[in-house]
Design a protein around this ligand. Structure first.
Ligand code: GDP
Length: 321
């Protein structure tokens, strides 16, 4: 990418898209285009075509998606598969039709089989059954990966697919019903501290293991890959380290400064037992996540404190309150 390349960030207000936007601006890229979902509904093909025809972007970061945690995926499977298939199909095909030089598609590590050998290598894609709680979302993401691969093969495009591990950071979803575990725990421990509650409820057994990547680090990796990676092979992005949810809960408790107890609600689902990605492909290219979990947690908690009202508002909006 040149500093004056026209770069479209689809999903610029989300956790990932906003991090990409900040990183691009920080590095001096100034010709950025983006639209809110009210201005451009990516599930509508005519609107997408009109936008690409008008703006003719050189590069596309496809970070727009319907995302959510374990309960949201379970409750709204149709929305997750439909919206993601529509958004990515429209943007990927329009990128081909309107001559985009390079597109980066964001997948997720839930595309890998539930019992994939750990750490999960890129080669495990489509080697086993998926985790049922997010299968519709994962199937949509797999379709996106295969679509990029097929377009590269048939049309000679330069579309790359990346699989980030669990993410957290500014502009995360802090709605307790639909969020992922890390922002949920920040909010739960913070509110318990403020109210002086005796205990915080953590879902599941606390035994599942997850890996967490700070969104600013992800954005750094994405720019690096946009500039240095050209292949139909997907590529994992993570820290290479994971921990049980019980340990994450202890760390969040410490970051927030809460003194009460932690109780586990085993009626809530655990989901996949472990989700750690093998990052050797990315490491061999010279990229490593710079922010430790302790540093990232402190940054995320600070953001939450400074934006609590916005985070609550955004959370309520998602639920139509
Ligand atoms: P997943 O990585 O796709 O399974 O999605 P989540 O981030 O939603 O959940 C990860 C793990 O954290 C699961 O085992 C959840 O049961 C557990 N967990 C514990 N407390 C919470 C919580 O308050 N919210 C969420 N979303 N997950 C929680």
């Amino acid at each position: 990418m040149e500093l004056d390349s026209k770069i479209y960030i689809a999903g610029h207000r989300g956790l990932v898209g906003s991090a990409i936007k900040r990183k691009l601006e920080e590095k001096g890229y100034w010709n950025l285009v983006y639209r809110t979902s009210q201005e451009l509904d990516l599930t509508r093909r005519e609107e997408v075509d009109e936008f690409f025809q008008k703006e003719k972007p050189d590069y596309v970061f496809l970070a727009a998606a319907r995302v959510g945690g374990i309960i949201a995926n379970n409750e709204f499977p149709a929305d997750f598969i439909r919206d993601n298939l529509m958004i990515q199909t429209n943007v990927i095909d329009a990128s081909h039709q309107f001559g985009v030089k390079k597109l980066l598609f964001l997948g997720s590590t839930c595309v890998y089989p539930k019992y994939a050998p750990q750490p999960m290598r890129e080669e495990s894609l489509l080697t086993g059954l998926l985790e049922p709680t997010n299968e519709p979302y994962a199937i949509a993401k797999i379709a996106g990966i295969k679509m990029c691969e097929a377009y590269n093969k048939q049309y000679g495009t330069d579309f790359i697919s990346v699989m980030p591990t669990n993410l957290y950071g500014p502009y995360d979803n802090y709605d307790l019903h639909s969020s992922h575990v890390l922002p949920a725990l920040i909010r739960k421990f913070h509110e318990a501290k403020v109210k002086g509650d005796e205990a915080v409820v953590v879902w599941g057994t606390g035994e599942p293991r997850r890996e967490f990547l700070y969104s600013e680090d992800l954005a750094d990796a994405l720019l690096f890959l946009m500039n240095n990676y050209k292949s139909s092979e997907l590529i994992n992005i993570g820290t290479g380290k994971d921990m049980p949810i019980s340990m994450l809960a202890e760390k969040v408790k410490e970051t927030v400064g809460y003194n009460g107890k932690i109780v586990f609600d085993t009626k809530k689902p655990d989901g996949t037992p472990r989700k750690l990605v093998d990052v050797s492909r990315l490491r061999s290219m010279g990229w490593k996540a710079p922010t430790s979990l302790s540093e990232g947690l402190a940054l995320a908690y600070n953001w939450f404190l400074e934006n609590e009202a916005d985070a609550t508002l955004m959370a309520n909006k998602r639920r139509g309150i």
